[in-house]
Design a protein around this ligand. Structure first.
Ligand code: ATP
Ligand code: MG
Length: 212
C-alpha cells in the first residue's frame, strides 16, 4: 500500500508521518518511509546536484532532475517494496510536482502529466493525505518554531512573505484543484486542528480505505 502526504511547507506532514509510522509499527506492520529526492545511490547524487546552491538550474532542468531521481526510487525501492506487500509512506510525491512546478511555476500541466507517468511507471498512491493551510499561517508556524518573534513588521518575515506569498497561494490553489480531480484518492485535512486530532482522522480514513 502506498500512502502519500502532501501540503505546503510547514503544513505538518513530517509531524503526521511520525505519528502514523509509530501507530503502524505498534500494530506490527512493516513500514518504509521515504522522502524525495534521494533514497538510492544515483538518486542521492541527483539530490546533491539539486541542493548544491552554486548550481543555477532552470525550472525545466529542475523538473527533469527531480523526475530522474523519482524514477530511480520507484524502480529500485518502491516497486519491490509494494510487491512484497509493505506499506510505503512518502513525504511528498507527484502531487507536489503538479502543485509546485505546475500551478506554482507555471509549467504546462499536460506536459507534467506525461513526465509524471514516465517517472512513476504509472504508480499512483492508494491514499493521499493533504494537509490544508493558508501560506501565511504555515509561514508563521515555521517562524515560531525557530523562535523568531512573530512581529509581522520583522524584516526577515517580510522578506519571506514578499518573495513567497503569491507563489505559495498559487501552490495551495493547485492542491485544492488536484483534490477536486482526485476521484476520492486524496483527503483534505484541516492542518490547523491539533496534531492529535488530525492523526485520529488519518487513522479513521485509513481503516475505512483498508475495508473497501
Ligand atoms: N497541527 C498542528 N498545529 C500546530 N502546529 C503544528 C501542527 N502540526 C505541526 N506543527 C508544527 O508546525 C511546524 C511545521 O511542521 P512540520 O515540520 O511537520 O511540517 P512539514 O509539512 O513537514 O514542513 P516541510 O514541508 O517544511 O517539511 C513544526 O514546528 C510543527 O511542530
Ligand atoms: Mg517535513
Amino acid at each position: 500500500m502506498l500512502i502519500t502526504f502532501e501540503g505546503i511547507d510547514g503544513a505538518g506532514k513530517s509531524t503526521q508521518i511520525k505519528k502514523l509510522v509509530s501507530y503502524l509499527a505498534d500494530s506490527g506492520r512493516e513500514v518504509l518511509t521515504l522522502r524525495e529526492p534521494g533514497g538510492t545511490e544515483v538518486a542521492e547524487k541527483i539530490r546533491l546536484i539539486l541542493l548544491e546552491s552554486r548550481h543555477e538550474i532552470s525550472p525545466v532542468g529542475e523538473l527533469l532532475l527531480f523526475s530522474a531521481s523519482r524514477a530511480e526510487l520507484i524502480h529500485e525501492v518502491i516497486k519491490p517494496a509494494l510487491a512484497e506487500n509493505k506499506i510505503v509512506i512518502l513525504d511528498r510525491f507527484f502531487d507536489s510536482t503538479t502543485a509546485y512546478q505546475g500551478y506554482g511555476r507555471g509549467i504546462d500541466l499536460e506536459l507534467l502529466r506525461s513526465i509524471i507517468a514516465i517517472s512513476t511507471c504509472g504508480i499512483t498512491p492508494d491514499i493521499t493525505f493533504y494537509l490544508d493551510i493558508k501560506p501565511e499561517e504555515a509561514l508563521s508556524r515555521k517562524f515560531s518554531a525557530k523562535s523568531i518573534p512573530l512581529a509581522f513588521d520583522s524584516s526577515e518575515l517580510d522578506r519571506m512573505e514578499r518573495s513567497g506569498l503569491q507563489f505559495y497561494q498559487n501552490v495551495r490553489q493547485g492542491y485544492l484543484n488536484i483534490l477536486k480531480e482526485s476521484n476520492g484518492r486524496m483527503f483534505c485535512l484541516n492542518a490547523l486542528e491539533k496534531p492529535e486530532e488530525i492523526h485520529r482522522r488519518i487513522i479513521a480514513l485509513l481503516h475505512e480505505r483498508l475495508q473497501t
